[in-house]
Design a protein around this ligand. Structure first.
Ligand code: FDA
Length: 539
């Protein structure tokens, strides 16, 4: 006898299972998809459907919207016209992740993997093809082992939770990763990850010693089982092309009992051009214990449009030492002892997150995930290998005043970064002087305003062409930017992938393609900027 459920499954198989990725002009009824997925998921996890339904959300579920929005970190992709997933799965265990992969595959939906949801262009939770979201936010364990100075950090944990977990166990250990505490481990580490200890210690991925991943067959693999090629790829090549990263085992790094932070600002009419120009020869070359980020922002001051340049710094040492060092190396900065504050490394993490009371705030605030909070924003990136001449800095400032809003962040390299081989991980930009982030945020929900700000980003990126690395121009994967190319995963997939792939990975792109072709020949793990398979080698 044919039950309704069997009928739905059979109908589903006949209609949809053989459709290629690009042929989804009409999507199947979402309740049929939901029922089919739920049945498969329940069978594979050996849990009753009623229990499993709490972690598998159809669009009709009253919690669907709040689950979706919780980790949308860019309001540009939180509008009524933003494409929505047919199903959201929030796994509670590794075997749930494995089941989610195996149950999505036959349905031929795109599976978007989301950890912290900070992808600047929303690739972890939007798609123009029918899709599901696998949201790992419940897989957030952080297990710190001070005895061997390591930690297992789950993909769905935030960087704030990682820092807090380390701080609870030790006041003299830290981890070199990003400065925003709500960024997720899954995206951050699979895309390389850097923070204000990058000159002393390099990238987050330089400290990964093991990992766990669910592959396209639903198998859970550690470093030994996945092999060195795949282990290499998921340390900077973007996890989403290769599988679902469950977590990383990382080595901790030593930090001093006392560190120093400071912020110094100058304006265009009072030294900002000279300071920015000189910064290029000091920031990437000074003591690796010193990280000086340069923020450049058009502002209105005393009713006059100008540019403010701010140096925001972390020194892994005492205030007196950094003040005397910079008096010699960087007099244009004019650093004074009263600009500096000494504090613990954990407090410095709070300070870098714009907490003015960092020395008195309870670090527990890093456990607050602030779900469903986001402004509108756009980011782009570039790398600089040769110093920009003073006249170039001056013309840049004038251009920024003309554009009005878009700002730049210069992040110095050198130190440890320059010591690591360009093919040690997929991240190739090790020898550059500094990275540029183009940054614009706004609060108004208006397509016209958005168009204007996106255009400012494009114009400034165009303006910088003569000053930045070229052939190919470079970009940082974790500063996702779909303007540099997207992949439709049709017959031109390799060519399309090469455009953004060479910008993100340089010559490491070729190795990533080979690994991708080997571990996921059917290209199940894909997004708008994933690694393509080799032409003619795909399933
Ligand atoms: P999200 O969940 O959106 O994932 C990003 C990408 O990784 C997507 O393609 C997604 O599919 C994939 N992915 C996520 N989890 C995965 C998993 N478990 N397995 C496989 N693939 C997975 N960067 C930096 O290096 N230093 C910094 O200081 C900062 N600061 C910063 C501040 C703010 C406010 C934002 C919004 C972003 C940053 N970033 C950053 C960039 C950040 O590192 C980058 O966006 C990360 O990819 C975000 O990781 P999430 O897990 O939060 O994002």
């Amino acid at each position: 006898m044919i039950t309704t459920r069997t009928f739905v499954s059979v109908l589903f198989s006949v209609l949809f299972l053989s459709l290629p990725f690009s042929s989804f002009s009409q999507s199947p009824p979402s309740n049929a998809v939901y029922n089919s997925f739920l049945k498969c998921f329940s069978k594979r996890t050996k849990s009753p459907q009623t229990e499993i339904a709490k972690n598998v959300f159809a669009q009709s579920n009253p919690s669907y919207s709040s689950v979706l929005r919780a980790y949308i970190r860019n309001a540009r992709f939180n509008t009524s016209s933003t494409p929505k997933p047919t199903i959201i799965v929030t796994p509670r265990s590794d075997s749930h992740v494995s089941a989610a992969v195996l149950c999505s595959k036959p349905l031929n939906y795109v599976l978007k993997i989301r950890s912290g949801g900070h992808d600047y262009d929303g690739l972890s939770y939007i798609s123009d093809k029918p899709f599901f979201i696998l949201d790992l936010s419940y897989l957030r364990d952080v297990t710190v082992n001070i005895a061997d100075q390591s930690a297992w950090i789950s993909a769905g944990a935030t960087l704030g939770e990682v820092y807090h977990g380390i701080w609870q166990k030790s006041k003299i250990h830290g981890f070199p990763a990003g400065v925003c505490p709500t960024v997720g481990v899954g995206g951050h580490l699979s895309g390389a990850g850097y923070g204000n200890m990058v000159r002393k210690y390099g990238l987050s991925v330089d400290y990964v010693v093991d990992a766990k991943i669910v592959n396209v067959k639903g198998q859970i693999l550690d470093r030994k089982a996945m092999g060195e090629d795949l282990f290499w790829a998921i340390r900077g090549g973007g996890g989403a092309s290769f599988g679902v990263v469950l977590g990383y085992k990382v080595k901790l790094v030593p930090v001093p009992q006392t560190v120093t932070v400071f912020r110094v600002e100058q304006y265009m009419d009072s030294g900002a051009v000279d300071m920015t120009h000189k910064w290029q020869s000091v920031g990437p070359k000074t003591d690796p214990n010193l990280f000086m980020r340069m923020l450049i922002q058009p502002v209105t001051r005393k009713k006059v449009k100008t540019v403010r340049a701010s140096v925001v710094a972390l020194f892994l040492g005492r205030a007196n030492d950094v003040v005397s060092r910079l008096a010699k190396e960087f007099p244009e900065l004019g650093l004074k002892k009263e600009n500096c504050t000494e504090m613990t490394w954990m407090q410095s993490a709070l300070w870098w997150d714009n907490d003015e009371n960092a020395t008195t705030t309870d670090p527990k605030v890093f456990l607050d995930r602030n779900p469903d909070t986001a402004s509108f924003g756009k980011r782009k990136s570039d790398y600089v290998a040769t110093e920009i001449p003073r006249a170039g800095i001056e013309s840049l400032f004038k251009k920024m005043i003309e554009l009005g809003k878009i700002g730049l962040v210069f992040n110095p390299y050198g130190g440890k970064m320059a010591e690591v081989a360009e093919d040690a991980t997929p991240f190739p930009h090790r020898k550059k002087l500094f990275k540029i982030q183009y940054s614009v945020n706004w609060k108004e929900s208006s397509p016209e305003i958005e168009k204007g700000f996106l255009n400012q980003a494009k114009v400034l990126h165009g303006f910088m062409t003569g000053f930045v690395s070229k052939n190919p121009r470079n970009a940082y994967l974790n500063y996702r930017d779909v303007d540099i190319g997207v992949n439709d995963h049709g017959p031109n997939s390799y060519k399309e992938g090469e455009v953004y792939g060479r910008m993100y990975f340089g010559n490491n792109f070729d190795r990533l393609v080979k690994i991708k072709t080997k571990v996921d020949p059917g290209n199940f793990f894909r997004n708008e900027q994933s690694i393509p398979t080799l032409p003619g080698k795909a399933e």
